[in-house]
Ligand binder design. Sequence first.
Ligand SMILES: [Fe+2]
Length: 135
Amino acid sequence: MEILKWREMYETGIVSMDDQHKALIQLVNKLYMMLRDKEGVDELDAILQEMSDYAEYHLRDEETLLETHGYPGLDTQKTSHQEYYEVMDQLLTEMETDKYQAAQKIYVFLRKWWIDHIVGEDKKYSEFLKEKGVQ
Ligand SMILES: [Fe+2]
């Protein structure tokens, strides 16, 4: 599996969201490199903590932005974000038994989830927010 490259098609055109999405992809790539280089379990725990914290910050920030501007698809976004939390909770529990295997699963899940979510859901708010004057 190759490292995840940011593409123009992932851009929502909303600067703060794109910056946060890029930072998230970088963290996913950092996890990929740590798994590839067989880094220690403490390092894995640290990157997963950093990634979970940043994801939570981003999802909350995104929901606040959408709520502020009265985005009609807010509930769909919240449901999708909730699904992310549920799967991650489950996968993080698996870290207690086999860290490497669980971290691999987390990597595979996040890589797909973020891209699917950004392209499938987040890009839908681009035009709406731009019309509201958000850049
Ligand atoms: Fe989202």
